[in-house]
Write a protein that binds this ligand. Structure first.
Ligand code: FAD
Ligand code: GLY
Length: 375
């Protein structure tokens, strides 16, 4: 007898696993299909910043969505530990956004004013104030914005924790299982086909990151997904150099719980090769050593690339696909999928269950939206 699931989620990245967790917790029979292994895509490449303020420079639905998601993290950390036993390594020590020129300093002042309008904490610091807080930061900076509310997690741990917590509620996660086709009968989805098997469900969620473009043939609206390659470096200093994340134009340094630091990341649109280039690493190290000169003595542990899933208007698609009943999409989280995972899981689970969802978010993240005017 063929086994029926309530929902099949295609993609074991942070987005698919967060959705699977919320659905399984609500009592549904969920199957996650992952072509490689859980967290093998962008979700293992990420630095794990929860940059609801550091990454946003203007208001709009995504900024509000990001702030809500960041707020969910302390509760999600507890839940995931309870149901998966995995510590997602949440660190809430804030971030510093650096100004290296007078122009950048003016911009930080405007940013502080904008963020304060929404009740967020954001303080402009002089170079002396900054160095009193983080002694190893260069005295060449022109100032910094202190953002106490932005934190960080370990991206790979969060993704695996969502998957394992979903399993604790009965979800099945099958790795090394690539979905080749959707089963569609009378404009209704009924399952998915892999190389060797067919799995059945009346609801299917495309959460395949940048690879969601491979399913474009099932939509009439062009979902315009493209990769933005990012190269990163992990270094290990002999002793901790900074407490909080240091962020500047084209470079960030994220100090992790076990003492290593992630230096990221290049940003190369439409590139989807795994190569880590000498030029990319050189430019990141150059910027990182300008910000924290003692990084020059740190040991290089590894380098890697990942592919941010980007949409043409820089907003994710979180929607049901009108052309095919039962088909949903949750993709295009670009630079902030780790930050946005908790709220995306809740939003998609509500949408799939047919519950009321925010009309602002529904419209902003719809596949049928007009061009986003916020970017
Ligand atoms: P992915 O993690 O790519 O997952 C998609 C999964 O689908 C993959 O595992 C893939 O193998 C699977 N898949 C694809 N096709 C199929 C198929 N046909 N069948 C089965 N499985 C399939 N975000 C932050 O919030 N903070 C950060 O600090 C941050 N830093 C980043 C740094 C870098 C260098 C990069 C590249 C990204 C960063 N991001 C960050 C962004 C974040 O990583 C992404 O937005 C997020 O991981 C996207 O998650 P996803 O689940 O949509 O995609
Ligand atoms: N959010 C950091 C990055 O995408 O590089």
């Amino acid at each position: 007898m063929r086994k029926m699931y309530d929902q099949i989620v295609i993609g074991g990245g942070v987005i698919g696993c967060s959705i699977a967790y919320q659905l399984a917790k609500r009592g549904y029979q969920v199957l996650v299909l992952e072509k490689d292994s859980v967290a093998s895509g962008a979700s293992s490449a990420a630095a794990g910043m929860l940059g609801a303020q550091v990454e946003f420079t203007q208001d709009g639905p995504l900024f509000q969505f990001a702030r809500e998601s960041r707020q969910l993290y302390p509760q999600i950390e507890k839940e995931l530990f309870e149901y998966s036993g995995i510590d997602i390594q949440l660190i809430q020590k804030g971030m510093y956004k650096m100004a290296l020129t007078e122009e950048q300093l003016n911009h930080l002042q405007q940013l502080a004013a904008f963020q304060k309008q929404f009740g967020e904490e954001a303080y402009v610091l002089t170079p002396d104030d900054m160095m009193a807080r983080e002694q190893k930061v260069s005295n060449q900076i022109k100032g910094a914005l202190h953002i106490p509310g932005d934190g960080q997690v370990s991206a790979i741990h969060v993704t695996k924790a969502f998957a394992k917590a979903a399993e604790s509620f009965g979800a099945e996660v099958k790795e090394n299982t690539s979905v080749e086709e959707l089963l569609i009968e009378n404009e209704k989805v009924s399952g998915v086909v892999t190389k060797s098997e067919t799995f059945y469900a009346e609801k299917v969620v495309l959460a395949s990151g940048v690879w969601t473009k491979d399913f474009q043939r099932y939509f009439t609206k062009d979902t315009e997904m493209y990769p933005v390659k990012g190269e990163c470096i992990s270094v290990r200093p002999d002793q901790p150099l900074v407490e909080a994340t240091i962020f500047s134009e084209g470079c960030y340094i994220v100090p992790k719980k076990d003492g290593h630091m992630i230096i990221g990341a290049t940003s190369l649109p439409y590139q989807m090769d795994k190569k880590v280039s000498a030029g990319g690493i050189h430019s990141l190290l150059d910027k990182a050593m300008y910000l924290i000169p003692e990084i020059k003595d740190a040991e290089i542990e590894k380098v890697w690339t990942g592919f941010r899933p980007q949409t043409k208007d820089e907003l994710p698609y979180l929607d049901k696909v009108d052309e095919v009943e039962g088909l949903f999409i949750a993709a295009g989280h670009y630079r902030n999928g780790i930050l946005l995972a908790p709220i995306t899981g809740l939003f998609m689970a509500d949408l799939i269950e047919g519950k009321a969802i925010s009309s602002v978010y529904q419209e902003a993240f719809s596949i049928k939206r007009k061009q986003n005017t916020y970017v």
